[in-house]
Write a protein that binds this ligand. Sequence first.
Ligand SMILES: [Zn+2]
Length: 581
Amino acid sequence: MDSVEKNFERTLVTSALPYANGHIHLGHIAGAYLPADIYVRYLRLRGVKALYVGGSDEHGVPITLTALKEGVTPKEVIDRYHTANTAAFQRLGISYDIYGRTSWPLHVDTTQRFFKALDAGGYIHTEEMELWYSPQLERFLPDRYVKGTCPKCGYTDANGDECERCGAQYAAHELLSPRANIPGDASSPVLRKSRHWFLDLPKFEAPLKAWLDGHPEWRPNVKGIAYGWVNDLRSRCITRDTDWGVPIPVDDPDAENKRIYVWFDAPIGYVTNTRQWAQDKLRDANGWEIWWKDSGTRMIHFIGKDNVPFHAVIFPAMLMGQGDYILADNVVGNEYLNIFNRQTGKSEKGSKSRGNMISVRWAVDNLPVDAIRYYLCAIAPESKDSDFDWDEFMNRYNGELCDVVGNFVHRCLTMTVKNFAGRVPEAGELEAADKEMLDAIPRQMAAIAESLEGFKFRQAVERFIDLGRKANVYFDAAKPWVTRKTDMARTGATLYVCCQVVKALCFAMTPFMPGGAAALAATLNLALPNNGPDGGEDAWAAAVAPLPAGSALNAPQALFPKLDRERIAELAEAHRQGEAF
Ligand SMILES: [Zn+2]
């Protein structure tokens, strides 16, 4: 546990706050949630003090636009998706300590504190801008409320502030042929002046560079994006003409019909949710501060690539402007999970209009949770995009988790229970091959730990499967099903060694496949630790201590039931028909 405990007393882990404007899908999971959950579960096994904070992002134009189009209030939209996504995360085993909401009253207080501190520090100024306005509705049309032609590439369905096709960002007045994107507005938008509040990012250039320079260990994709931004810092508008969001805490008539913009308040949600957790769980209104202001805290953000500028540039600048907050020790950004289309043989971006996304709620209704977690970790888009492919999903789960690990565990435990009265046999005299297998356990566990601590989750799960492969080779060479006819002492030695591997596999699979781990622990009569943010015993280190001869075992159950080819074909077809969301 060297790299985690060396300089820190506790670890704060965050996952990006998803918009409460749609169902969470597997692309989200592979990027910001599953890696964070695996990491946190590992830290808890190690007894590290770890707090995992997430929640819904409930402000912003997409939410008010959905509400307008459906004829409901924004509150109805966020309540619907916050509830649905909370349940989806729970069913997938994403083990937040708190899953909060940016619509909580406490969040107004936290956000306004951030704003006021930045304002007092001279990091906020106002500017007059020309923005699109609807004469018919008598309101401004921020961001996606107006559509038009992209000034860079000519795309005719571009948003008011950015083009989804070419990625260009521009000032509102640069948009060509603007039209209102709002029900019941037939008028042509006109430009009108509006005064807004700006965050002076260029003032943070030197400290941001120093901070990034201090982290050569970060993933190159994250550093590349972050340096790109830091080398071209501009002031960013942090308010919008809307009534949905946190009020601007200034005494100024121009602020009345405006709110703080969602990208400013969303990351502050991590702080709010930590505060709420401390109030609810610790009954201590100040219990959150040690997690955000003590240099003994190590903060890790897990995000998708699109969120890198906010977590590696803008939010750190906002934290620096507070004066007494810590900065992230790592920003673990992932590339995208795409969808492999077998009919065209091509990889596709997941998109609502294509109808090719797989929601978590649909996935957990139709597939074993451990299978979803295994596959998404095995193909995690860590350094480049990866594809969700149904055939590969079935082949890797069946061929690796079921055939290698599940099968070994089942063979070992069935033979032990049957031939040794349900108890771990005596080791007796160990031969070279036995010792070699026993020696491989701590080595392989250390290798898995090294991968997890380096945020290499694909490699970690590969090394876990490797331990299962080594065990199968050992088991097949020792042939306990043959030796048991002539030499029970030899058979006992083999199965003793195998039981030690099974125990290690149980601990090693806990971060990745918590369901299978719990079932296996019950079979082995092992107690997996239930460490929370206060930390506890290092159970990972204890995983390599022998399971003593004579320990009672229960009848083994199938840990990872195989997926049926026909059933997977049916699900793939439902997905192709757009029914997987
Ligand atoms: Zn464009």
